[in-house]
Design a protein around this ligand. Structure first.
Ligand SMILES: Nc1ncnc2c1ncn2[C@@H]1O[C@H](COP(=O)(O)OP(=O)(O)OP(=O)(O)O)[C@@H](O)[C@H]1O
Ligand SMILES: [Mg+2]
Length: 507
């Protein structure tokens, strides 16, 4: 007796169709799984056997052979449990095979036959829908996530017994559980908490408005971490398309709770001991890194100079391309990494460069510069010094509130959305050379400032484009369609030279 059931194997964000074939033959009772299965898949034997028996089904007392096809594709993880169990049920005549054919199955089983949610539900649901399947059976906890895909009949079942009843037509599919309550948006922090820092606040607003990368440098305890942590309170909400991308990635990484769409822009702040593969993705099974988890959101690297050099170097190409391709065996997994990089650092090892408190020697400064300098800095659009606020400033209320900035940012983003429609970009920071040429025209004064800065050797070719993007954002914040000389000057000024001790305009 033979039966066939469909499921999917995750590889990065992609899903590959896997057919679970079960063959029952007379002979000594045995249960084998073949088809390039990893340990977790082979262990499915024990879970499936116990789950079937504990739910009151018969486990065939014959030779049971399970094949996961195609055999060349590596299968990992416990997501095949339910498909194997149902294929055994169909082969032994306990559920109707023809109904089963119309569904894909994706869940882990407990020994008692409970369905457990698996990573990557949204990606699997999308693959099932595009594969022309009628429905998908998953654990009840992730039913909302699967139901994000239109046109797919989602069965979120608590147990194997329920699945069998639904397949036999004894019971209608259970209704979707009520969505779990969303934690209220953390209104606990506000940009108004930050005292002083006119320049740094300006830079934060520009960065948020155009999606630009930002580095803040300053002595300890001046509010760098504080500023960065308040960035999510001023960013525009995710569009639906962006939210779907974010949900897919977080579901594959196992950092999503299955409760439908992710509602807020991600803000990831990995510790500086993170490895290169932790940052850009890797491991086995393959998982997205922090740069991908921050896709459509913010990647915050606090204490930038403490990060290992290889980890930062690994970030260079993904930052530029908005995606990272990881090669594993003969396959390549691509993870998107369109993120806003925000970093904070002290200006020197002791933290007080530029004041008489600094105890670092020239070699210390040189070492610090070496760690920070180089190609990564060249990818940062905005560089600002965060000076200690004066006593006068500390006695006065903060300059900007999150609500006010959020509104200004939203208006600036709206202008960008209109201008960038059809280019595939969602904000100024994403414009490539072609889009810049077509969409950003400087007024003659602006051209002149930019040419002067370039001729003085302060700009690389990349820096040249960066100034155009930032100036465009400054004009958007200004409500101006034209990019004037003043806008260009401000774009040049929000990128200071971070050499300890001197503050010089140098883009
Ligand atoms: N400008 C400021 N306005 C209000 N409070 C501030 C300001 N700067 C610092 N503080 C207070 O000091 C605390 C520490 O600030 P924060 O962690 O942002 O410093 P930092 O610049 O990141 O320092 P480090 O370089 O040591 O990481 C904040 O939680 C806040 O209470
Ligand atoms: Mg800090």
């Amino acid at each position: 007796v033979l039966s066939r059931v469909l499921t999917f194997a995750l590889h990065g964000l992609d899903c590959h169709r896997v057919v679970v074939e079960v063959d029952l033959r007379p002979g000594l009772p045995a249960f084998t799984i073949v088809g390039l299965a990893d340990r977790a898949v082979r262990e499915a034997r024990e879970r499936v056997r116990s789950a079937l028996l504990n739910c009151g089904f018969d486990f065939p007392g014959r030779r049971v052979t399970v094949n996961l096809a195609p055999a060349h594709l590596r299968k990992a993880g416990p997501g095949f449990d339910l498909a194997i169990a149902c294929a055994v049920l169909a082969a032994s005549g306990q559920v109707p095979p023809d109904v089963l054919q119309r569904f894909a199955l994706h869940a882990e089983l407990s020994l008692f036959g409970d369905l457990r949610p698996c990573r990557g539900t949204l990606a699997v649901a999308e693959a099932a829908a595009s594969g022309g399947l009628h429905g998908l059976i998953v654990a009840a906890e992730v039913a909302h996530e699967a139901a994000l895909v239109p046109g797919l009949a989602v069965v979120g079942a608590p147990t194997l017994t329920t699945v069998a009843k639904v397949l036999r037509g004894d019971e209608p599919p259970p209704p979707l559980p009520p969505p779990p309550p969303r934690p209220a948006i953390a209104d606990k922090v506000d940009l108004a908490d930050v005292l002083g820092h006119a320049d740094a606040l300006d830079a934060v607003v520009i960065a948020a408005a155009g999606g630009h990368n930002l580095l803040m440098s300053g002595p300890p305890g001046t509010g760098k971490t504080m500023l960065a942590r308040r960035l999510p309170t001023v960013l525009p909400p995710l569009t639906t398309a962006e939210a779907v991308e974010v949900t897919r990635i977080h579901s594959v990484a196992g950092t999503h709770d299955g409760s439908g769409l992710v509602a807020e822009r991600p803000f990831r702040a990995p510790h500086h001991t993170i490895s290169a593969s932790g940052l850009v993705g890797g491991g086995s099974p393959l998982r997205p890194g922090e740069a991908s988890l921050a896709h459509n959101g913010v990647l915050f690297l606090d204490e930038l100079s403490e990060f290992a050099r290889p980890a930062l170097e690994a970030l260079r190409q993904p930052l530029e391309d908005g995606r990272v391709a990881i090669v594993r065996g003969q396959r390549t997994a691509v993870f998107p990494t369109r993120t806003m990089l925000v970093a904070a650092t002290n200006p020197c090892p002791c933290g007080y460069a530029g004041s008489d408190r600094c105890r670092c020697g020239e070699p210390d400064h040189a070492r610090h510069r070496r760690r920070l300098s180089g190609p990564l800095l060249d990818r940062l659009d905005l560089l600002v010094h965060v000076h200690p606020p004066s006593g006068f400033e500390l006695a006065r209320p903060g300059r900007r509130t999150s609500a006010g900035v959020r509104e200004a940012v939203a208006i600036a983003r709206e202008r960008q959305t209109v201008r960038l429609s059809g280019t595939g970009c969602t904000c100024n920071a994403q414009m490539d050379a072609g889009a810049l040429r077509r969409l950003v025209r400087l007024e003659p004064a602006g051209e002149r400032h930019l040419r002067l800065a370039y001729e003085k050797g302060r700009l690389s070719a990349r820096g040249h484009q960066r100034i155009l993007r930032v100036a465009r954002t400054i004009a958007d914040l200004d409500g101006s369609e034209r990019v004037t000389g003043a806008h260009v000057l401000r774009a040049l000024a929000v990128r200071v030279d971070l050499t300890p001790g001197e503050v010089e305009v140098a883009a």
